[in-house]
Design a protein around this ligand. Sequence first.
Ligand code: HEC
Length: 201
Amino acid sequence: MSVKKQTRASENADPHELHNPVPRVLLGVIAALVVWAVYYIFASSPNSLPALGDQRDPSVLAASAEGDNQAIDGRQIFTAACQACHQATGQGVPGVFPPLAGSEWVTGDPDVLARIVLHGMTGPITVSGSTYNGAMPAFGTQFDDAELAALLTFIRGEWGNGGSPVDADMVGATRKATQAQTQPWAGEDALRMQAAPASSG
Ligand code: HEC
C-alpha cells in the first residue's frame, strides 16, 4: 500500500523562501560590532586582573591602600571628635571654642596643625584676630597617622579653607619629632617655639 500525494489546483502553493536579502543597515551594524569586539580584545590590557574590571593593576591598588586616605573618612572623624566644640560649620563658639573655618592655624603649616591635634593645647591662642584661652584635648593616642592625615586634610579643605592635603607620613614625622611632648602645648608661643626646624612656619 502506498500513499499517493495528491495536489489539487485549488490548494495553496507550497510556501517557499523568498529571496529577501539581509538589510544592508543590519549587515553594517554586525560588521561594526565585530570590528569593535576585535578592537576591544586587543585594546584591553591582558595584565590586569579581570576581577577588577578596569585598567588598575594590583600595584596601583596596593599603593593607594597604604598611601592615601581614601578609605578613611576625615569628615566622619571630625564629626565624632571635633564637632562638639568646633561645630559642624567650623565656626566654633565665639569666645570659647575657636573657629576652624578660616583659621590660619588650620590652613597654615601642617606640622604646627598636627602638633595641636596630636597633643592638644591650653593657654592663649589668637585665631582670626580673636584670642582664646581654653583647653583643646589631645588626639594623638586616639587616632593613628593615617586617620589624623584624613582628618587634617578634611578640615584644611572644608568651609572654603584652601589648605593643601596632609599625608600620613607627615603626621608620622610630627608625631616622632614631638614624642617628648607629654602635656598639651602651653599656648601659641610654645607651639611656635617647638616648630620643626625643617618647616617654614
Ligand atoms: C573639648 C572641646 C574641643 C574639642 C573636642 C576639640 N577642640 Fe580644638 N580647640 C578647642 C579649644 C578650647 C581650642 C583653643 C585652645 C587654647 O585656647 O589654647 C582649640 C583649638 C584648636 C585649634 C587651633 C586654633 C584654631 O581654631 O585653629 C585647632 C586647629 C583645633 N582646635 C582642631 C581641633 C580638631 C581637629 C579637633 C578634633 C580632632 C578638635 N580641635 C577637637 C576645643 C576643642
